[in-house]
Every structure is written in C-alpha cells, then in structure tokens.
Design a protein around this ligand. Structure first.
Ligand code: PAF
Length: 304
C-alpha cells in the first residue's frame, strides 16, 4: 500500500465516512467536534441527525451530516477524502457502490480489522490508500448512540494527514512501520477472535482454558513462521502479545463473537483466511489456522 506520497488532502474538503457502525459514528462525532466537515454515509435513512456520544459517563449530542448510499449514487458528488470504517467483509461491496463518486485522486484512510487493503487497491488503483490501526474501544447502543468505552491509540501510516484528524479527542500518532503493526494486529486477531467463537467466551476466559491456550500457542507459531518468511518485524513474541491483549481486554466479547451472536458474516476471510492464503503462497503449512477458519466458516453456514 503506498504510504509515502504526499496526500492531496484539504481542510475544506469534507471527510465522508463509509461504515456507520461504532467506529464510524465515533469518528464522525469527533471530526465534527474538532471542526472538520464530516458526512456519515449510511445504508438507510437514520432517525435524526444527532450522534449521541458518551465517554466516561458524560453524554453529548453532536449534529452530524448524513447521506445515504443511494443519495450519493444519484448525486454528482465527488468524494476527495474518505474514511473507511466498514467491516473488512463489507468493504468491497460498499466501496463498489460509491466508486463512481470517489475522485481518482482521493485519499482513503482505512481503519478496520483484517487485511482488505490489497482488494481495495485493486478496486481503486489511482487513489491514495492510508492504513490506520486503532485500539480505541467503542460500541453502539442504538443506530446513532455510541459509547467511547476504551481510550486506545490510533496509528496512522501517513504523517501529513494527521493534522486533518481529531487529535484533540483521540490519541492519533504517525507510525513509520504501519505494515508491520498491521500484521501484529492481524496476528492477535487470528489468535483470539475465532477461538472466542469456538469456546463461546469473553476474551479473558481463554486464559483459563488450557486447550484454548495450547491452540493459541500453535496459532502464534504458525503466524510467526509466515511473518518471518515475509521479513515482517515482530516486536515481541506473538504469544506474549496475545496474552497481554487477552488480559487488557478480558471483559470484552471479540468483534467476531459479536458478529456470530448476531448471525452475521464475520471477518474470518480477512483474518485467518488471509493468513492461510499468504501461507499457501509461501508454501508454509498452517493447520491450526486452517482449523479455526474451517470452524468459523461452518458456523457461518449454519445460520441459514
Ligand atoms: O477484534 C477484536 O475484538 C479486537 O481486535 C480484540 C483485540 C480481539 C479485542 O477484543
């Protein structure tokens, strides 16, 4: 993903936000509060124009502009700045829907779990794609009500863009090795998310499950082999990083657990699925990741 060329970004251009889930609503609210024009793109018309944002027990109502996908399609809108907060599995269809309205030179900031970036680069080859990784925790209690539950950190693979982001409300930092950080995040998601579905538990409960911990060790060993083959810098052993994440998110239900509870397609193809494809390309065997992938696929197929 190109991250070094200068961004053609402008303070006066609105940030369009694709993906009106918890992260999309959170960013729409903070961009607006920071004085940046922001427009939330929604699939269906929402009731009301205010986002209710709660943090540390304090709530505020923020008026955020909204536009539906069909309104975008029927307009001559030329989007120059797009924040993508869709789930990885929804990203390509969502971007395809509004592709004619995305400027050829647009800047896209992609903030999501999983590795959808190669697919996005194929769909939008001339646009500038910037990766962001966040550990902020947010959830919605209704369509436009979002709780900023855990203050984390957002790392961005482009220095210039940071001045156009709400850094007074979120801890946003430039990261010069975003690809490696994205891989560490992928590794942790590979090691945790599927198992929370398989064992039907909160993240922290995996720590007390001997069988699950043995599987996490195997998953981490396989991912380490793939990352080493790709010459990706691994800062700390992946197993240690995973245990740390399990401890600090012990009470959370992983995003994949929540998707499965709502019988929704998960990010598995862009997490363990992506890892397995890379491993196959490199001729590395990853049986434990394959097992997790197959189990989640089977659960998804049982929804119907
Ligand atoms: O996908 C998630 O839920 C999170 O990335 C993580 C780190 C597993 C914590 O819940």
């Amino acid at each position: 993903m190109p991250t070094t060329q200068a961004t053609a970004i402008d303070h006066n251009n609105p940030w369009y936000i694709l993906g009106a889930g918890a992260m999309g609503c959170l960013w729409a609210a903070y961009l607006t509060l920071a004085g940046f024009p922001a427009v939330l793109i929604t699939r269906t018309k929402r009731n009301g124009s205010n986002i209710q944002l709660t943090k540390n027990g304090h709530s505020q109502s923020i008026t955020v502009k909204q536009i539906t996908v069909s309104e975008v399609q029927q307009s001559a809108l030329n989007i120059k700045q797009l924040l993508v907060t869709t789930k990885a599995q929804q990203t390509l269809p969502a971007l395809t829907d509004i592709k004619p309205n995305i400027d050829k030179q647009a800047t896209l900031l992609i903030l999501q779990n999983g590795m959808a970036s190669k697919d996005i680069a194929k769909l939008l080859p001339s646009q500038q794609l910037i990766t962001g990784i966040t550990t902020d925790g947010a959830y919605r209690t209704s369509e436009l009500t979002v709780v900023h539950a855990g203050e984390g950190e957002t790392l961005i693979g482009d220095r210039h863009i940071i001045q156009y982001l709400p850094k007074q409300f979120l801890s946003i930092k430039y990261c010069d090795d975003i690809d490696s950080r994205q891989w560490q995040k992928l590794a942790i998601n590979c090691a945790i998310n599927g198992l929370t579905v398989i064992y039907q538990c909160r993240n922290g409960e995996l720590l007390d499950n001997e069988k699950a911990m043995a599987r996490i060790q195997l998953l981490c060993d396989e991912i380490t082999t793939v990352m080493q083959a790709l010459a990706i810098d691994i800062q700390n052993p992946l197993f240690e990083q995973t245990v740390h994440t399990l401890n600090i998110t012990a009470n959370n239900f992983s995003s994949m657990y929540q998707d499965c509870k709502q019988q929704q397609t998960t990010e598995i193809d862009f997490i363990n699925g992506y890892l397995c494809n890379e491993a196959k390309r490199l001729n590395i065997s990853c049986p434990e990741n394959q097992r997790v992938l197959a189990s989640i696929k089977q659960i998804e197929q049982s929804y119907a």
